[in-house]
Ligand binder design. Structure first.
Ligand code: PEP
Ligand code: MN
Length: 345
């Protein structure tokens, strides 16, 4: 259920509603909008019935009560009344009006490679540095990441450049180590439905970048986001990174239609990863421009100073020397598209 408060509702009115919801055994999630507060009462089906019987409609400060129609509740666009969530991480914003570029190597390989890439993407205008210390590899014989040493190198790159770090968490046992360094915790496509991991990131409160599973529907992606949100962590961005289809001419099918459709279904920021979808460098720029044009709130892209020597995902990495021109083109496309989309509707 969703309890929409009046603009004139007092703090005491809001508190009283929250108390009533909690007394029925449901979770009360307050969302403070620019004008008014909305309280999501989230419970199981029986609790929904008992909340409906609480008579909240007549309570002081309550404007109206309505059911949340989707199976995901806190992720639903309905709950914020059209307001978009903007994530602010170290003063850098993603979502709403704000387009953010996340760039860096697939994996942290060495001090030199990490620091060199960090400097280049910062000069080129990236807002965040990406880089994996723990890598989900298809083959157990492939390089699995530098682990703690990789995290240390990312921390050094942040200390030098100031770029906030986006890095993947794969295993609950690494959560403390990753949280020491990650400004944004990435949940990879293969872990999108690892529910204990999602709940733990939810409990941590740390901003999360949740990638769409290789064969997951948008509803499944939103239900996965709900696991993080439910623990009281509102800082989630979703990422389309290509899905499996019958097409074999390229690695994955970048589902760009997911961007406007997700933005209709949810208030959360939606970003795109063209690198893993394409698997090929030459497709990364056109797909990035298309992602910006379709209204993505950001892009996460792989960059390497010497892609030929990269330990993983070299063929899809942008060359570091091309990054500044790429970033300018993508930012321009994003600004143009945002203006055009808001004037046409
Ligand atoms: C990555 O970003 O390095 C990665 C492995 O992505 P995905 O989980 O989308 O395959
Ligand atoms: Mn990669």
């Amino acid at each position: 259920m969703m309890i929409v408060m009046k603009e004139t509702a007092s703090e005491d009115d809001v508190e009283a509603v929250i108390e009533k919801i909690e007394s029925a055994g449901a979770l009360a999630h307050r969302i403070r909008g620019a004008r008014l507060s909305v309280i999501g009462a989230i419970g199981d089906v029986e609790q929904d019935v008992s909340i409906a019987g609480l008579g909240l409609e007549g309570q002081p400060g309550v404007d109206h009560v309505m059911p949340i129609l989707k199976p995901y509740k806190l992720a639903s666009a309905q709950i914020t009344h059209g307001e978009r969530t903007v994530l602010e991480i170290d003063g850098r914003k993603i979502g709403g009006e704000h387009f953010g570029l996340i760039a860096g190597p697939c994996t942290v390989e060495s001090r030199e490679q990490t620091l060199e890439t960090a400097r280049i993407v910062q000069d080129g205008g990236a807002a965040f540095l990406r880089g994996g210390a723990y890598k989900p590899r298809t083959s157990p014989y492939a390089f699995q990441g530098l682990g703690q040493e990789g995290l240390r190198l990312l921390a050094e790159a942040k200390a030098e450049t100031g770029l906030p770090i986006v890095t993947e968490l794969m295993d609950l046992r690494d959560v403390d180590a990753v949280l020491e360094v990650a400004d944004v915790v990435q949940i990879g496509a293969r872990n999108m439905q690892n529910y204990p991991l999602l709940a733990e990131v939810g409990r941590s409160g740390r901003p999360a970048l949740l990638k769409r599973g290789l064969s997951s529907t948008l509803d499944e992606l939103l239900m996965a986001a709900e696991y993080i949100l439910k623990e009281g962590n509102p800082n989630v961005m979703l990422c389309e990174r290509g899905i499996r289809t019958f097409e074999t001419a390229y690695r994955f099918t970048l589902d760009l239609m997911a961007v406007p459709v997700l933005k209709e279904l949810t208030h959360l920021p939606v970003i795109v990863d063209p690198s893993h979808a394409a698997g090929r460098r030459d497709l990364v720029t056109p797909l990035s421009l298309a992602a910006a044009a379709v209204g993505a709130d950001g892009i996460i892209v792989e960059v390497h100073p010497r892609p030929e020597e990269a330990i993983c995902d070299g063929p899809q990495a942008l060359r570091a020397e091309d990054f500044a021109a790429y970033a300018t083109a993508v930012q321009q496309a994003a600004q143009l598209a945002r203006r055009a989309l808001s004037s046409v509707g």
